[in-house]
Design a protein around this ligand. Sequence first.
Ligand SMILES: Cc1cc2nc3c(=O)[nH]c(=O)nc-3n(C[C@H](O)[C@H](O)[C@H](O)COP(=O)(O)OP(=O)(O)OC[C@H]3O[C@@H](n4cnc5c(N)ncnc54)[C@H](O)[C@@H]3O)c2cc1C
Length: 390
Amino acid sequence: MNWDNTTLFSDDNADDRAFREEVREWVGANCPKDLLNRSLRIDPPDLKPWHRKLYERGWIAPHWPKEVGGMGATLTQQIILFEEMSRIGAPTPYPHGLNFIGPLIVEVGTAAQKAKHLPGILTGDMTWCQGYSEPGSGSDLVSLVSRAELDGDAFIVNGHKIWTTNGHFADWMFALFRTDPAAKPRHAGITMLLIDLKSPGVTVRPIQTIRGDSEFAEETFVDVRVPVGNMLGELNGGWAVANKLLGSERFTTGHPRNAAVLLNKARQVAEYSGAIRDPAFRHRLAMLEIDLLAFSAFYRHAASLHGKRRAPAAMAPIIKIAGGELGQKASELFVDAAGPLGSGADDIDLGGSVVNPSADLFEMRRVTVGSGTVEIQRTIISKRVLDLPS
Ligand SMILES: Cc1cc2nc3c(=O)[nH]c(=O)nc-3n(C[C@H](O)[C@H](O)[C@H](O)COP(=O)(O)OP(=O)(O)OC[C@H]3O[C@@H](n4cnc5c(N)ncnc54)[C@H](O)[C@@H]3O)c2cc1C
Protein backbone atom coordinates (compact mmCIF):
# COMPACT_ATOMS: atom_id res chain seq x y z
CA MET A 1 0.00 0.00 0.00
CA ASN A 2 1.32 3.44 -0.85
CA TRP A 3 0.70 6.09 1.73
CA ASP A 4 -1.48 8.76 0.18
CA ASN A 5 -1.74 11.76 2.40
CA THR A 6 -3.16 13.66 -0.56
CA THR A 7 -6.77 13.35 0.24
CA LEU A 8 -6.69 11.97 3.75
CA PHE A 9 -7.69 15.21 5.44
CA SER A 10 -9.20 16.97 2.50
CA ASP A 11 -12.53 18.68 2.89
CA ASP A 12 -13.04 19.20 -0.83
CA ASN A 13 -16.47 20.44 -1.87
CA ALA A 14 -17.87 19.58 -5.32
CA ASP A 15 -15.93 22.42 -7.03
CA ASP A 16 -12.72 21.41 -5.24
CA ARG A 17 -13.19 17.80 -6.29
CA ALA A 18 -13.57 18.84 -9.91
CA PHE A 19 -10.50 21.06 -9.61
CA ARG A 20 -8.50 18.19 -8.04
CA GLU A 21 -9.40 15.90 -10.93
CA GLU A 22 -8.45 18.53 -13.47
CA VAL A 23 -5.10 19.15 -11.75
CA ARG A 24 -4.39 15.44 -11.37
CA GLU A 25 -4.95 14.78 -15.03
CA TRP A 26 -3.05 17.82 -16.26
CA VAL A 27 -0.02 17.41 -13.97
CA GLY A 28 0.24 13.72 -14.87
CA ALA A 29 0.16 14.53 -18.57
CA ASN A 30 2.40 17.61 -18.53
CA CYS A 31 5.15 17.28 -15.94
CA PRO A 32 8.33 16.13 -17.73
CA LYS A 33 8.89 12.49 -16.74
CA ASP A 34 12.59 13.02 -16.06
CA LEU A 35 11.73 15.46 -13.27
CA LEU A 36 9.50 13.03 -11.35
CA ASN A 37 10.70 11.59 -8.01
CA ARG A 38 14.24 12.84 -8.40
CA SER A 39 16.37 12.13 -5.33
CA LEU A 40 18.94 14.67 -6.37
CA ARG A 41 18.17 18.34 -6.34
CA ILE A 42 16.99 19.92 -9.57
CA ASP A 43 18.91 23.06 -10.49
CA PRO A 44 16.81 26.09 -11.50
CA PRO A 45 17.67 25.94 -15.24
CA ASP A 46 16.36 22.35 -15.41
CA LEU A 47 13.19 23.33 -13.60
CA LYS A 48 12.39 26.32 -15.83
CA PRO A 49 10.45 24.47 -18.57
CA TRP A 50 8.10 23.01 -15.92
CA HIS A 51 7.74 26.43 -14.28
CA ARG A 52 6.86 27.87 -17.69
CA LYS A 53 4.20 25.21 -18.31
CA LEU A 54 2.56 25.95 -14.96
CA TYR A 55 2.69 29.65 -15.77
CA GLU A 56 1.06 29.14 -19.16
CA ARG A 57 -1.64 26.99 -17.55
CA GLY A 58 -2.32 29.84 -15.07
CA TRP A 59 -1.38 27.75 -12.04
CA ILE A 60 2.03 29.15 -11.14
CA ALA A 61 0.98 31.55 -8.39
CA PRO A 62 -2.23 30.26 -6.86
CA HIS A 63 -1.81 32.44 -3.76
CA TRP A 64 -1.18 35.75 -5.57
CA PRO A 65 -4.10 38.10 -6.20
CA LYS A 66 -5.52 38.08 -9.73
CA GLU A 67 -4.70 41.81 -10.27
CA VAL A 68 -0.97 41.02 -10.23
CA GLY A 69 -1.13 37.90 -12.38
CA GLY A 70 -1.90 35.30 -9.71
CA MET A 71 -4.72 32.80 -9.59
CA GLY A 72 -6.47 34.28 -6.55
CA ALA A 73 -7.15 30.69 -5.50
CA THR A 74 -8.83 29.59 -2.30
CA LEU A 75 -6.57 27.99 0.30
CA THR A 76 -8.06 24.58 -0.49
CA GLN A 77 -7.22 25.02 -4.17
CA GLN A 78 -3.66 25.99 -3.26
CA ILE A 79 -3.31 22.88 -1.13
CA ILE A 80 -4.81 20.73 -3.89
CA LEU A 81 -2.25 21.97 -6.41
CA PHE A 82 0.61 21.26 -4.01
CA GLU A 83 -0.77 17.85 -3.01
CA GLU A 84 -1.43 16.70 -6.55
CA MET A 85 2.10 17.57 -7.59
CA SER A 86 3.54 15.82 -4.50
CA ARG A 87 1.38 12.77 -5.15
CA ILE A 88 3.25 11.84 -8.33
CA GLY A 89 6.62 13.23 -7.21
CA ALA A 90 6.45 16.28 -9.47
CA PRO A 91 8.71 19.10 -8.28
CA THR A 92 7.26 22.37 -7.10
CA PRO A 93 8.95 25.55 -8.33
CA TYR A 94 11.54 27.12 -6.01
CA PRO A 95 9.87 29.34 -3.43
CA HIS A 96 12.29 32.29 -3.36
CA GLY A 97 10.54 34.28 -6.08
CA LEU A 98 6.97 32.98 -5.97
CA ASN A 99 6.50 32.47 -2.24
CA PHE A 100 9.03 34.74 -0.58
CA ILE A 101 9.92 37.96 -2.40
CA GLY A 102 6.95 38.02 -4.80
CA PRO A 103 4.28 38.36 -2.09
CA LEU A 104 6.49 40.90 -0.26
CA ILE A 105 6.74 43.05 -3.39
CA VAL A 106 2.98 42.75 -3.83
CA GLU A 107 2.48 43.85 -0.21
CA VAL A 108 5.06 46.59 0.30
CA GLY A 109 6.71 47.19 -3.11
CA THR A 110 6.43 50.41 -5.13
CA ALA A 111 4.52 50.48 -8.43
CA ALA A 112 7.88 50.52 -10.26
CA GLN A 113 9.13 47.47 -8.32
CA LYS A 114 5.92 45.57 -9.08
CA ALA A 115 6.12 46.39 -12.79
CA LYS A 116 9.80 45.47 -12.99
CA HIS A 117 9.90 42.27 -10.95
CA LEU A 118 6.56 40.48 -10.78
CA PRO A 119 6.33 39.42 -14.46
CA GLY A 120 9.77 37.73 -14.40
CA ILE A 121 8.93 35.89 -11.17
CA LEU A 122 5.70 34.59 -12.68
CA THR A 123 7.22 33.42 -15.96
CA GLY A 124 10.27 31.97 -14.20
CA ASP A 125 12.62 34.01 -16.40
CA MET A 126 14.13 35.64 -13.32
CA THR A 127 15.63 33.47 -10.57
CA TRP A 128 15.78 34.94 -7.06
CA CYS A 129 17.75 34.13 -3.94
CA GLN A 130 17.60 35.20 -0.32
CA GLY A 131 20.60 36.97 1.22
CA TYR A 132 20.10 36.95 4.96
CA SER A 133 22.79 34.70 6.53
CA GLU A 134 26.36 35.87 6.92
CA PRO A 135 29.49 34.01 8.09
CA GLY A 136 28.97 35.35 11.64
CA SER A 137 25.18 35.73 11.63
CA GLY A 138 22.80 32.84 11.17
CA SER A 139 20.62 32.02 14.15
CA ASP A 140 21.37 35.46 15.57
CA LEU A 141 20.47 37.15 12.29
CA VAL A 142 20.01 40.55 13.89
CA SER A 143 23.78 40.68 14.43
CA LEU A 144 24.40 40.94 10.65
CA VAL A 145 27.19 43.36 9.71
CA SER A 146 27.09 43.73 5.90
CA ARG A 147 26.69 47.47 5.28
CA ALA A 148 24.66 49.62 2.92
CA GLU A 149 25.48 53.34 3.11
CA LEU A 150 23.39 56.00 1.39
CA ASP A 151 25.31 58.04 -1.16
CA GLY A 152 23.01 60.33 -3.15
CA ASP A 153 20.64 58.22 -5.21
CA ALA A 154 22.28 54.87 -4.37
CA PHE A 155 23.40 52.67 -1.50
CA ILE A 156 27.02 51.57 -1.45
CA VAL A 157 27.00 47.95 -0.33
CA ASN A 158 29.93 46.09 1.25
CA GLY A 159 29.80 42.72 2.95
CA HIS A 160 29.49 38.96 2.71
CA LYS A 161 26.44 36.67 2.48
CA ILE A 162 26.57 32.87 2.73
CA TRP A 163 24.43 29.69 2.45
CA THR A 164 22.41 31.37 -0.27
CA THR A 165 20.29 28.71 -1.93
CA ASN A 166 20.60 29.08 -5.73
CA GLY A 167 22.84 32.16 -5.32
CA HIS A 168 24.97 30.97 -8.26
CA PHE A 169 21.90 30.63 -10.51
CA ALA A 170 20.10 33.76 -9.41
CA ASP A 171 19.62 36.98 -11.32
CA TRP A 172 18.41 38.89 -8.27
CA MET A 173 18.84 38.71 -4.51
CA PHE A 174 16.65 40.17 -1.79
CA ALA A 175 18.89 40.86 1.15
CA LEU A 176 19.22 42.52 4.54
CA PHE A 177 21.90 45.11 5.19
CA ARG A 178 22.85 47.28 8.12
CA THR A 179 22.04 50.88 7.30
CA ASP A 180 22.31 52.34 10.81
CA PRO A 181 25.03 50.69 12.90
CA ALA A 182 24.21 52.83 15.95
CA ALA A 183 20.50 51.94 16.07
CA LYS A 184 19.12 50.48 19.30
CA PRO A 185 17.62 47.91 19.31
CA ARG A 186 19.85 46.43 16.60
CA HIS A 187 16.99 45.35 14.34
CA ALA A 188 15.99 49.02 13.94
CA GLY A 189 19.05 49.66 11.75
CA ILE A 190 18.46 47.08 9.00
CA THR A 191 17.09 47.66 5.47
CA MET A 192 15.99 45.26 2.74
CA LEU A 193 17.46 45.79 -0.73
CA LEU A 194 16.82 44.14 -4.08
CA ILE A 195 20.17 43.53 -5.74
CA ASP A 196 20.95 42.78 -9.36
CA LEU A 197 23.66 40.13 -8.97
CA LYS A 198 25.26 41.20 -12.25
CA SER A 199 26.18 44.56 -10.65
CA PRO A 200 29.90 45.45 -10.64
CA GLY A 201 31.52 44.49 -7.31
CA VAL A 202 29.44 41.33 -6.71
CA THR A 203 31.31 38.00 -6.63
CA VAL A 204 29.38 34.74 -6.38
CA ARG A 205 31.02 31.44 -5.45
CA PRO A 206 29.15 28.10 -5.28
CA ILE A 207 29.60 25.92 -2.15
CA GLN A 208 29.62 22.13 -2.43
CA THR A 209 27.39 20.26 0.04
CA ILE A 210 27.85 16.90 1.77
CA ARG A 211 25.83 15.37 -1.09
CA GLY A 212 28.29 16.57 -3.69
CA ASP A 213 25.94 19.06 -5.33
CA SER A 214 26.05 22.82 -5.03
CA GLU A 215 22.84 24.02 -3.50
CA PHE A 216 24.37 27.13 -2.00
CA ALA A 217 26.65 29.97 -2.83
CA GLU A 218 28.40 32.76 -0.97
CA GLU A 219 28.56 36.31 -2.25
CA THR A 220 30.90 39.17 -1.53
CA PHE A 221 29.96 42.78 -2.17
CA VAL A 222 32.66 45.41 -2.70
CA ASP A 223 31.41 48.97 -3.20
CA VAL A 224 28.33 47.75 -5.08
CA ARG A 225 26.01 50.60 -6.11
CA VAL A 226 22.36 49.74 -5.52
CA PRO A 227 19.83 52.39 -6.63
CA VAL A 228 17.63 53.80 -3.85
CA GLY A 229 14.66 52.64 -5.92
CA ASN A 230 15.68 49.05 -5.06
CA MET A 231 14.91 49.52 -1.36
CA LEU A 232 11.94 47.35 -0.34
CA GLY A 233 9.90 48.99 2.39
CA GLU A 234 11.33 51.81 4.46
CA LEU A 235 14.87 52.81 5.31
CA ASN A 236 15.77 50.90 8.52
CA GLY A 237 12.47 49.05 8.27
CA GLY A 238 13.90 45.82 6.76
CA TRP A 239 13.46 43.67 9.85
CA ALA A 240 9.70 44.12 9.82
CA VAL A 241 9.59 43.30 6.09
CA ALA A 242 11.74 40.17 6.60
CA ASN A 243 9.56 38.99 9.45
CA LYS A 244 6.51 38.91 7.23
CA LEU A 245 8.22 35.98 5.53
CA LEU A 246 9.65 33.67 8.12
CA GLY A 247 6.38 32.04 9.15
CA SER A 248 5.66 31.07 5.53
CA GLU A 249 9.19 29.78 5.10
CA ARG A 250 8.84 27.46 8.10
CA PHE A 251 5.53 26.18 6.77
CA THR A 252 7.30 25.30 3.53
CA THR A 253 10.30 23.48 5.06
CA GLY A 254 8.10 21.56 7.52
CA HIS A 255 5.53 20.23 5.03
CA PRO A 256 4.57 16.55 5.67
CA ARG A 257 5.27 15.78 2.01
CA ASN A 258 8.93 15.01 2.82
CA ALA A 259 8.07 12.26 5.28
CA ALA A 260 5.17 10.94 3.18
CA VAL A 261 7.34 10.50 0.10
CA LEU A 262 10.17 8.89 2.07
CA LEU A 263 7.93 6.43 3.90
CA ASN A 264 6.50 5.34 0.58
CA LYS A 265 9.97 4.77 -0.75
CA ALA A 266 11.00 2.94 2.46
CA ARG A 267 8.06 0.57 2.10
CA GLN A 268 8.85 -0.01 -1.58
CA VAL A 269 12.53 -0.74 -0.98
CA ALA A 270 11.75 -2.91 2.07
CA GLU A 271 9.62 -5.13 -0.14
CA TYR A 272 12.53 -5.38 -2.55
CA SER A 273 15.19 -6.07 0.12
CA GLY A 274 12.99 -8.31 2.28
CA ALA A 275 13.18 -5.99 5.31
CA ILE A 276 9.38 -5.81 5.26
CA ARG A 277 9.29 -9.37 6.67
CA ASP A 278 11.10 -8.20 9.83
CA PRO A 279 8.51 -7.42 12.57
CA ALA A 280 10.83 -4.84 14.18
CA PHE A 281 11.07 -2.98 10.87
CA ARG A 282 7.31 -3.11 10.35
CA HIS A 283 6.84 -1.75 13.87
CA ARG A 284 9.08 1.26 13.14
CA LEU A 285 7.34 1.87 9.82
CA ALA A 286 3.90 1.76 11.46
CA MET A 287 4.97 4.14 14.24
CA LEU A 288 6.22 6.68 11.72
CA GLU A 289 3.10 6.31 9.59
CA ILE A 290 0.98 7.04 12.67
CA ASP A 291 3.11 10.11 13.44
CA LEU A 292 2.70 11.22 9.84
CA LEU A 293 -1.05 10.77 10.05
CA ALA A 294 -1.26 12.94 13.17
CA PHE A 295 1.14 15.53 11.80
CA SER A 296 -0.70 15.79 8.46
CA ALA A 297 -3.95 16.54 10.31
CA PHE A 298 -2.20 19.20 12.40
CA TYR A 299 -0.53 20.68 9.32
CA ARG A 300 -3.78 21.04 7.42
CA HIS A 301 -5.42 22.75 10.40
CA ALA A 302 -2.40 25.05 10.86
CA ALA A 303 -2.26 25.88 7.15
CA SER A 304 -5.88 26.92 7.13
CA LEU A 305 -5.30 29.24 10.13
CA HIS A 306 -2.11 30.58 8.53
CA GLY A 307 -4.03 31.31 5.32
CA LYS A 308 -6.46 33.43 7.34
CA ARG A 309 -3.53 35.05 9.22
CA ARG A 310 -4.88 33.55 12.43
CA ALA A 311 -2.14 31.02 13.19
CA PRO A 312 -0.80 31.39 16.75
CA ALA A 313 2.90 32.34 16.97
CA ALA A 314 3.92 28.81 17.98
CA MET A 315 2.48 27.06 14.94
CA ALA A 316 5.21 27.79 12.40
CA PRO A 317 8.01 26.72 14.81
CA ILE A 318 6.08 23.54 15.76
CA ILE A 319 5.64 22.66 12.09
CA LYS A 320 9.27 23.31 11.35
CA ILE A 321 10.39 21.05 14.26
CA ALA A 322 7.84 18.25 13.83
CA GLY A 323 7.99 18.16 10.02
CA GLY A 324 11.78 18.35 9.91
CA GLU A 325 12.40 15.70 12.53
CA LEU A 326 9.79 13.36 11.07
CA GLY A 327 11.41 13.72 7.63
CA GLN A 328 14.79 12.84 9.13
CA LYS A 329 13.46 9.74 10.92
CA ALA A 330 11.79 8.64 7.68
CA SER A 331 15.06 9.07 5.78
CA GLU A 332 16.89 6.93 8.37
CA LEU A 333 14.26 4.21 8.09
CA PHE A 334 14.60 4.38 4.30
CA VAL A 335 18.34 3.63 4.56
CA ASP A 336 17.70 0.73 6.96
CA ALA A 337 14.97 -0.60 4.67
CA ALA A 338 17.50 -1.02 1.89
CA GLY A 339 19.73 -3.25 4.04
CA PRO A 340 23.32 -3.52 2.73
CA LEU A 341 22.32 -1.64 -0.45
CA GLY A 342 21.45 1.41 1.64
CA SER A 343 24.98 2.04 2.83
CA GLY A 344 26.29 2.92 -0.67
CA ALA A 345 25.89 6.15 -2.59
CA ASP A 346 24.57 4.43 -5.73
CA ASP A 347 21.03 4.37 -7.07
CA ILE A 348 19.00 1.22 -6.41
CA ASP A 349 17.00 0.02 -9.40
CA LEU A 350 13.71 -1.45 -8.17
CA GLY A 351 12.66 -2.43 -11.67
CA GLY A 352 10.49 0.41 -12.90
CA SER A 353 11.73 3.02 -10.46
CA VAL A 354 15.05 4.09 -9.05
CA VAL A 355 15.70 5.18 -5.45
CA ASN A 356 18.74 6.48 -3.62
CA PRO A 357 18.41 6.24 0.18
CA SER A 358 21.74 7.88 1.04
CA ALA A 359 20.95 10.90 -1.18
CA ASP A 360 17.66 11.35 0.70
CA LEU A 361 19.39 10.87 4.06
CA PHE A 362 21.75 13.74 3.26
CA GLU A 363 18.95 15.83 1.81
CA MET A 364 16.98 15.56 5.05
CA ARG A 365 19.89 16.82 7.20
CA ARG A 366 19.20 20.30 5.90
CA VAL A 367 15.59 20.63 6.97
CA THR A 368 16.33 21.08 10.66
CA VAL A 369 18.76 23.93 9.89
CA GLY A 370 17.45 26.01 6.94
CA SER A 371 15.01 28.86 7.76
CA GLY A 372 16.04 28.76 11.44
CA THR A 373 17.39 25.74 13.32
CA VAL A 374 15.13 23.54 15.44
CA GLU A 375 17.04 24.62 18.57
CA ILE A 376 16.08 28.22 17.86
CA GLN A 377 12.46 27.17 17.16
CA ARG A 378 12.37 25.45 20.57
CA THR A 379 13.65 28.65 22.16
CA ILE A 380 10.89 30.64 20.44
CA ILE A 381 8.26 28.25 21.81
CA SER A 382 9.74 28.25 25.31
CA LYS A 383 9.87 32.05 25.47
CA ARG A 384 6.78 33.17 23.57
CA VAL A 385 4.39 30.36 24.38
CA LEU A 386 5.54 28.81 27.65
CA ASP A 387 6.90 32.07 29.05
CA LEU A 388 9.98 30.30 30.41
CA PRO A 389 12.97 32.35 31.55
CA SER A 390 15.91 32.76 29.11
C1 LIG B 1 19.30 23.90 3.23
C2 LIG B 1 19.60 25.27 3.69
C3 LIG B 1 19.24 26.35 2.92
C4 LIG B 1 19.57 27.64 3.33
N1 LIG B 1 19.25 28.68 2.50
C5 LIG B 1 19.54 29.93 2.89
C6 LIG B 1 19.23 31.02 2.02
O1 LIG B 1 18.73 30.84 0.91
N2 LIG B 1 19.52 32.26 2.45
C7 LIG B 1 20.09 32.52 3.68
O2 LIG B 1 20.28 33.67 4.01
N3 LIG B 1 20.42 31.49 4.51
C8 LIG B 1 20.17 30.21 4.14
N4 LIG B 1 20.51 29.16 4.96
C9 LIG B 1 21.23 29.42 6.19
C10 LIG B 1 20.38 29.20 7.43
O3 LIG B 1 19.44 30.21 7.59
C11 LIG B 1 21.38 29.13 8.61
O4 LIG B 1 22.19 27.99 8.42
C12 LIG B 1 20.65 29.01 9.93
O5 LIG B 1 19.95 30.18 10.24
C13 LIG B 1 21.65 28.69 11.07
O6 LIG B 1 22.69 29.60 11.08
P1 LIG B 1 24.21 29.15 11.08
O7 LIG B 1 24.40 28.15 9.97
O8 LIG B 1 25.05 30.37 11.06
O9 LIG B 1 24.40 28.33 12.42
P2 LIG B 1 24.64 28.96 13.88
O10 LIG B 1 23.68 30.06 14.11
O11 LIG B 1 26.09 29.26 14.03
O12 LIG B 1 24.24 27.73 14.77
C14 LIG B 1 25.10 26.60 14.96
C15 LIG B 1 24.42 25.65 15.93
O13 LIG B 1 24.26 26.31 17.21
C16 LIG B 1 22.90 26.30 17.59
N5 LIG B 1 22.58 27.57 18.26
C17 LIG B 1 22.91 28.81 17.83
N6 LIG B 1 22.41 29.74 18.70
C18 LIG B 1 21.74 29.05 19.64
C19 LIG B 1 21.00 29.45 20.81
N7 LIG B 1 20.84 30.74 21.13
N8 LIG B 1 20.44 28.47 21.55
C20 LIG B 1 20.58 27.15 21.22
N9 LIG B 1 21.28 26.72 20.16
C21 LIG B 1 21.84 27.67 19.38
C22 LIG B 1 22.11 26.17 16.32
O14 LIG B 1 20.84 25.61 16.55
C23 LIG B 1 23.01 25.25 15.50
O15 LIG B 1 22.79 23.91 15.86
C24 LIG B 1 20.24 27.86 4.56
C25 LIG B 1 20.59 26.75 5.35
C26 LIG B 1 20.30 25.48 4.93
C27 LIG B 1 20.71 24.33 5.77
